[in-house]
Design a binder for this molecule. Structure first.
Ligand SMILES: C[S@@+](CC[C@H](N)C(=O)[O-])C[C@H]1O[C@@H](n2cnc3c(N)ncnc32)[C@H](O)[C@@H]1O
Length: 500
């Protein structure tokens, strides 16, 4: 349906909204459905205009501290709450209750009622109208499906330094238990060998080529999963749906940086099976803690986690298609020299869910080896393909480390050269005065003079040398971060007890 709409409207946002999963019929051996998607489109082709909307901070039911991962920067956050992201878990959609909570949120965002009208139609009524979704591209490709050919013998684990399409050509049909792809997202990242700024038609033509190869090598009944931003995943869906069976759209809330008014936190993991899907191997046992995500709002503070474990607190919930408890790798101490590595926990959950021990996993964009290393740790066989020699060698070295009994995901002291943000990295230094103290100083001065302090004013009025402000921050905006906000409360406001 989406491609037909997109010729006249621009897709601005793809939002995942948590649902009451009891409302959906759940088939044994499949991933429970617990989110729906809200698409925001407009005729306006520029960037989306909407109100700055905040959602209340959430607090851990065990320690009562906020679940916001503020990394020691709570003085720079807003007391009213955190900026909204493209995964909404603070409201819950219940088909039996209607769309009231979603309409309220849209009204806040777009200044609707009482100023504008909201016209609502049920898209179920339009389905017939949008029946034909096949794209010419899909027709042109020959998938070369030979479901009757089974590979005899075992493929052994390999790391391959080559272009993925060339390397995939060398793999036999129906030989892989789980295909995974975390391709370059075409968002102008700086890779060693890859140009990440292709024309979108060129990008998708290329994606279709490796997707069809992955499909060919996948065993019947098994899963192909591709991780990308939702806007691109829609296009992958369109391509795969004509040949494979849709299994799941996992909304991974990767918690990103508070940029833009609606933070982009939603990464989609699109799962299709080759023919009728087998029962997911990970769902046959309930023992595995990686397949039991953290319950809503429980925090990840190690002290709180240990206390909960010691008390045997029931802080886990059933796995579904919305994953919120695995963060992107943000700290340099956990990263190697690659601009965008996935968190090992994410790979662990995926592999434990979709594969059994000794099965073979393929990652055709293996980067610094996150997938193959996790597969190795979980006693799965693996094939990791990577174009860049530099990244391939990093992966090889980490596998060697693992074989020698080391931990390739352990914290490191060295600062990686590769970056995934355009902001220049400052030289690591020992601070004479903490950055927090300096930001609070600017807040004090701004309050005193009645407006956001400029550099000249801080130079004149601060008890600290201006060189600290110049050297410790990457921009004046960062210096003023606390002055622009009120700072958040660590503990929730006391709730008023109402008498019966
Ligand atoms: C998003 S990163 C994957 C990161 C990986 N998941 C990790 O955690 O390290 C995409 C990777 O694909 C690689 N790549 C780009 N084009 C490729 C191609 N044609 N064949 C194989 N790898 C390619 C890039 O060098 C980059 O390392």
């Amino acid at each position: 349906m989406l491609p037909s709409i997109q010729s006249s409207l621009k897709l601005h946002l793809w939002i995942a909204i948590k649902t009451n999963f009891a409302a959906y019929i759940h088939e044994e051996g499949t991933l429970r459905k617990s989110h729906i998607s809200l698409l925001i489109l407009s005729q306006y082709k520029g960037s989306l205009q909407h109100t700055k909307t905040r959602v209340k901070y959430s607090y851990c039911p065990a320690c009562n501290k906020t679940t916001k991962d503020y990394g020691g920067k709570k003085h720079t956050y807003h007391e009213y709450g955190t900026l909204i992201s493209d995964v909404w878990r603070d409201i819950e959609f219940d088909p039996d209750q209607g769309i009231g909570s979603i309409v309220d949120r849209l009204s806040d965002l777009f200044g609707l009622d009482p100023y504008r009208d909201l016209f609502s139609i049920d898209s179920q009524d339009l389905l017939e109208f949008f029946e034909d979704t096949s794209s010419p591209l899909v027709e042109e490709l020959d998938f070369n499906l030979k479901t009757d050919v089974q590979v005899s013998g075992h493929l052994s684990s390999h790391l391959i330094n080559d272009d993925c399409i060339k390397a995939l050509h060398r793999l036999p049909d129906n030989s892989i238990d789980f295909c995974f792809a975390d391709p370059p997202y075409n968002l102008k990242k700086k890779y060693d060998r890859w140009d990440d700024s292709l024309e979108s038609t060129q990008y998708f033509e290329w994606c279709d080529r490796w997707l069809s190869e992955m499909y060919r090598v996948l065993k019947p009944g098994h899963t192909l999963a591709v991780l990308n931003i939702p806007h691109w995943v829609v296009r992958h869906y369109q391509f795969l749906a004509s040949r494979m069976q849709f299994q799941a759209w996992i909304a991974w809330e990767g918690l990103s940086f508070p940029v833009r008014l609606i933070m982009p936190a939603h990464y989609a993991i699109l799962c299709f099976s080759k023919g009728y899907p087998r029962s997911l191997p990970g769902l046959s046992s309930t023992e595995n803690s990686y397949l039991q995500p953290l319950g809503e709002n429980y925090c990840l503070r190690s002290r709180c986690v240990s206390k909960r474990n010691a008390l045997g607190a029931s802080d886990r919930t059933a796995i579904s298609d919305i994953w919120h408890d695995i963060h992107r790798l943000k700290h340099n101490s956990r990263r190697v020299d690659h601009p965008c590595q996935l968190p090992p926990l994410l790979m662990r959950r995926l592999f434990e869910l979709f594969t059994a021990p000794d099965e073979i996993i393929l990652d055709c964009f293996n980067g610094a080896g996150t997938s193959t290393l996790v597969a190795h740790q979980l006693h799965r066989r693996f094939i990791g393909i990577e174009l860049s020699k530099q990244y391939h060698e990093i992966a090889l070295a980490r596998h060697r480390q693992l074989e020698e009994g080391g931990d390739p995901f352990a914290k490191v002291n060295a600062i990686p050269k590769a970056k995934n943000s355009p902001v220049e990295r400052l030289v690591k230094q020992k601070y004479q005065v903490s950055k927090k103290t300096l930001q609070l100083e600017v807040k004090r001065i701004s309050k005193e003079i009645g407006h956001l302090a400029s550099r000249d004013e801080v130079e004149k009025l601060s008890q600290f040398s201006i060189t600290y402000f110049d050297e410790y921050f990457s921009s004046w905006g960062e210096v003023c971060a606390a002055a622009r906000t009120t700072g958040m409360a660590e503990v929730p406001q006391k709730t008023v007890q109402l008498d019966d």
